[in-house]
Structures are given as C-alpha cells and as structure tokens.
Design a binder for this molecule. Structure first.
Ligand SMILES: NC(=O)C1=CN([C@@H]2O[C@H](COP(=O)(O)OP(=O)(O)OC[C@H]3O[C@@H](n4cnc5c(N)ncnc54)[C@H](OP(=O)(O)O)[C@@H]3O)[C@@H](O)[C@H]2O)[C@H](O)CC1
Ligand SMILES: [K+]
Length: 503
C-alpha cells in the first residue's frame, strides 16, 4: 500500500471525482458513511448508550464530521455538533451544514461545553494542515484532549501534519483511534507520534486505482495483499536441498537460547537444513533442544573464536547471543573478509555492535546484507538523530552508502533499502517487546534468503511473518505473557494465513 503526501492525496481525490463522474460532495458522503459504519461496528456494544460529540473545522475534514453527525443522528444516536466559526467554509462543508440542525458554533476562546463521557469525534483538521497549529489553538485542543471518554479522529489527529513529527508540547489531538482514508499516512507510522495515535485503521473509500498507480512514492505500508505474489508454493519434486542450508552463527556461555531460537525459527520458516555454529558449551543445549538442527563446534568452550565455517551455506544468520569478546571480534572480522561476494547474510545483535565499534568491517559485508538493529543498535550504527524523520533520512543514507538493507525494529518496523525506499510493517503487537524476539526474526529472514528470496523481499516478508506470528500468539497467551518461543509455535499459522489469503 502506498503512502502519499497531501498534494498527491488531492490529485487522487480530484481524479476519482472526474473519472467516476461524481461530485465532491458525493465522495465526501461515501467516505463519511464508511467511517460512520466503522464506528458503529467497532463500538456497537457501548455507543448506543453514550453521548457523541463531533468537533468540526471549516474544511472538508469538518465536512466529513457534519456528514457523520447527520448519518449517526439518522440511525438514532445521541449526537452534538460543535463547528468552528469561520468567514469561509469549503463548499461541501457548507452543504452539509445546510443538512443539519442544532449546530453549536464556537470560537477559539470558547468553552466547547463537551459532554462528560462518551465519544468525541475529532474532525477539526485532516490532511489540509499547512503548518503546525499556533498557540491560539491551545484552549480548543486542550479541551479535546481533556475529554474523559474516547477520542476518535477522522483521517488524522487534528494538528498533526501528514508527514511531520509532532512535538510532545504541540497543539495536537491525542486520539485513541484514528480512521484514516484509503492510505496510511507517514505521520501515523512514526514511533514518536504514538502519543497522538493510539491505533489507526485504514478505510478503503474506493479512490481511483489508476490515479493511485500513477503516484510515485518511496514509502510503502506492507500488508498481506502485496506479499501474496512473493510467497511461493513448494513443488512436489522438491527435496531438502531445494530450500537451502542456513548457518546460524552465535552463542556464548549463558546466551545459547538465542541460537536455539534462531535455528528453530529458520527451519520453521521453510529452509531445508539448518546448522548452528556455536561454542562447545552449547552442544547439549542445541542437540537436545532442537534435534532437527545440525551442530558445528568452535574450538572454544564458552565463546566463538575460530569461525571455521565452510563457505557453501546458502545463507548465514550471524550475531545472536554471540558476545563481543576480543577474540570473537577478531575471528568474526577474519571470517567476514573471507566471505564470497555473493554470500547472503543477516546480521543481528552483537554482530551489529561489533561492526559499529569496528567500522572498517562494513566494507567486507557483501552487498545487500541485511542488518536488523533495534533502536539502540541503530544509534550505534548511524549516530544520533533529531527525530523519527531525521532517523529515516540517516538510515537511507547509511543503507545507500554501504549498499545494505536495514530493518529498523520497533512498532511498525521499517525496512530501508539502498534505493531509499522504506517499507513499514503492519503486523505485530506490544507483547513482542521482550527478549528473544530478534533472534526469531534473524532465523526467519535467514531462512527466506536461503530459499532464494532476494534480500529486500526476504526482509519485508520476514518482518511481516514475524509480526503476524506474534499476533497469532497473542490470541492464545495475551500480550503480557507473550514470549519468543510462543511466536515460534505460531510461525506455522502466520505462513498458512498468508498462503490462504493469497489464494
Ligand atoms: N480522498 C480523501 O481522502 C477524502 C478526504 N476528504 C476529507 O477532506 C480532508 C481534507 O480537507 P481540506 O479541506 O483540504 O483540509 P482540512 O479539512 O484538513 O482543513 C483545511 C483547513 O484548515 C486550515 N488550516 C490549515 N493549516 C492551518 C493552521 N496551521 N492553522 C489554522 N488553520 C489551518 C485551512 O485554512 P486556510 O484558510 O489556511 O486555507 C483549511 O481551510 C481530508 O482530511 C478528509 O477528511 C473528503 O471528505 C473526501 C475524500
Ligand atoms: K481530524
């Protein structure tokens, strides 16, 4: 799914109206009724009992609000409307005012006289914001944010610009839910904005497909629909050699579980064979914990030193639980230099830390190696950033300079490729912020690489599957008790689900 900017959204709006032969009010009516239906469906058990206040601005986002108010009233809900006093409203806003009685107009210094509970639907501003709101808006936004019930924003939390990072201090609505039209917006995906965006849902309002196709963008939101062409079914004539042989390289005393989980995840994700290259102390752990894996031992008891690994593995997942002992760093560096140019690599955890402390090693990474840092590891690699947008720019520059793929882990993990494209993931949940999740991801992506997926596809698909397995696991154990092993247990559901959706 593409992520477009405000100018592009306006063009797609206009072209939809032209190509469908409808007028702009009809498009607004369609969009609004889709929001109305979503609200009623999502909150059907409580919304009938509670007051609904809709706060509207002078533009088309306000027009949506007025239409939603009318539609809810027609269905018998208890709705109050507050509309900003203005010299000028958009034409469709005016049309919708004419279709509604009992509108209460307000000025910026007024008390909005909001109900004490229920729902507040925020339709002050959508994608038409030209700059951040000035201080004179503080009173209105504060009254909205102080509302004790549920705050739902239409298209955007008002005050948040489409492709900006909002400051904690800014005049921005803090929505518990955002219904956004047709496309996710960049600002909704940035971790720093999570305070304004409890959750969001993209509502398909049927904008013109050809017009959307024409819009170029480097930002995409990854959903099942765009992955189905990737996931391949397995031929009846295949054998274990067909799907590649992964080497998981890592482990140290006290951190063998990381290798166990990465190894298990790799095989569960479809590669034919998996070998763990570990220090001696991990032998029993691996052989007993996961008998399907093969084990190659370093000469050292408690850490990796030799890196005597043959170079015919189809893909390598390196770094999980590996530690940064001096001898490990030396052995790892020599091994990197010995790699064939076309080797396929995933680097995680201590492999990343070693590289950020020994930058000269970067040049030995084969092109399109995949690096999977969490925010702290990323900071060590690309330096400090000012905000999430700056982080993305720095990540793009790093990826391009070194011809590597970055998987920035977090809510809506972002995959950045050397061409400067960014793919935001749509799966996963806060229960996944626990130890071991990264090891599982390393296993999944290495496995996909070994199966012949190109690096970008393996990263995008791997991150999606990882989050999806987390979501299936959450259905069983909830967010609080979710651990990485649960996620491995649900990899099968994640793959089957994606295959089913693509049939
Ligand atoms: N395809 C779709 O997605 C559809 C979207 N719809 C809805 O339309 C809005 C966008 O509507 P638009 O009228 O373009 O913009 P807004 O409603 O967001 O608000 C624009 C008004 O806000 C004023 N403005 C802008 N910046 C500021 C600011 N910093 N301070 C104060 N006021 C500001 C601006 O006024 P000016 O006088 O400054 O021009 C605008 O009047 C979209 O989000 C959807 O909700 C349609 O319903 C159909 C399909
Ligand atoms: K809004």
């Amino acid at each position: 799914m593409k992520i477009l900017n405000a100018d592009q959204l306006k063009i797609v709006d206009q072209e939809t109206i032209q190509n469908e032969g409808i007028n702009s009010w009809e498009l607004m009516e369609r969009a609004s009724s889709i929001v109305t239906t979503a609200i009623i469906d999502d909150y059907f058990d409580i919304i009938k009992e509670l007051p609904i206040a809709i706060v509207c601005g002078k533009g088309n986002n306000g027009g949506d609000g007025l239409a939603i108010a009318r539609q809810l009233m027609d269905s018998g809900y208890d709705v109050e409307v507050r509309l900003l006093k203005a010299d000028r409203y958009t034409a469709d806003n005016q049309l919708n005012q004419a279709k509604l009685e009992n509108i209460q107009y307000f000025d910026l210094e007024d008390d909005l006289d909001l109900p004490l509970e229920g729902f507040l639907i925020d339709c002050l501003f959508g994608y038409g914001m030209s700059s951040a709101l000035s201080d004179e808006w503080r009173g209105v936004i504060e009254q909205i944010n102080d509302f004790q019930g549920r705050i739902i924003s239409v298209d955007m939390p008002s005050g948040l610009m489409l492709d900006a990072v909002g400051n904690f201090e800014d005049n921005i609505v803090r929505a518990s839910k955002v219904y956004t039209f047709q496309f996710p917006k960049l600002a909704l995906l940035l971790p720093e904005n999570s305070i304004f965006v409890g959750e969001f849902e993209v509502l398909d309002i049927g904008l013109d497909e050809n017009s959307i196709l024409k819009q170029g963008t480097s930002y995409r939101y990854v959903e099942a629909g765009m992955l189905d062409i990737l996931l391949r079914s397995r031929s009846r004539y295949s054998h274990k050699g067909t799907f590649g042989h992964v080497a998981i390289i890592g482990g140290s005393l006290g951190k063998m579980g990381a290798v166990l989980m990465a190894t298990k995840s790799a095989l569960k994700s479809g590669c034919g064979l998996v070998t763990a290259y570990i220090p001696k102390c991990g032998y029993n752990v691996l052989q007993i914990g996961f008998p399907e894996a093969m084990v190659l031992l370093d000469s050292s008891e408690e850490k990796l030193v030799d890196f005597q690994i043959q170079d015919d593995f189809t893909a390598y997942g390196v770094g999980v639980g590996m530690g940064k002992d001096e001898e490990t760093v030396r052995g790892f560096g020599i091994w990197l230099q010995s790699l064939a140019e076309d080797s396929k690599l995933v680097l995680d955890a201590d492999a990343l830390n070693i590289i950020s402390e020994n930058e000269h090693l970067l040049k030995y990474l084969p092109n399109n190696s995949i690096l999977t840092p969490h925010p702290k590891e990323l900071k060590r690699l690309i330096g400090e950033w000012e905000n999430d947008l700056d982080k993305l720019e720095k990540a793009k520059a790093f990826s391009n300079e070194n011809q590597l793929i970055l998987v920035i882990k977090g809510a809506n993990s972002a995959i950045v490729n050397p061409a400067g494209e960014v793919y935001f993931n749509s799966t996963g949940n806060p229960g996944m912020a626990t130890g071991g999740m990264g090891d599982v991801l390393t296993g999944i992506i290495s496995s996909l690489l070994a199966q012949g997926y190109n690096a970008l596809d393996a990263a995008v698909l791997g991150v999606y599957i990882h989050g999806s397995a987390g979501d299936f696991a959450k259905d069983w154990v909830g967010e609080t008790s979710l651990i990485a092993s649960d996620l491995i247990d649900h990899l099968a559901s994640a793959f089957m689900n994606l295959l089913n959706e693509s049939e």
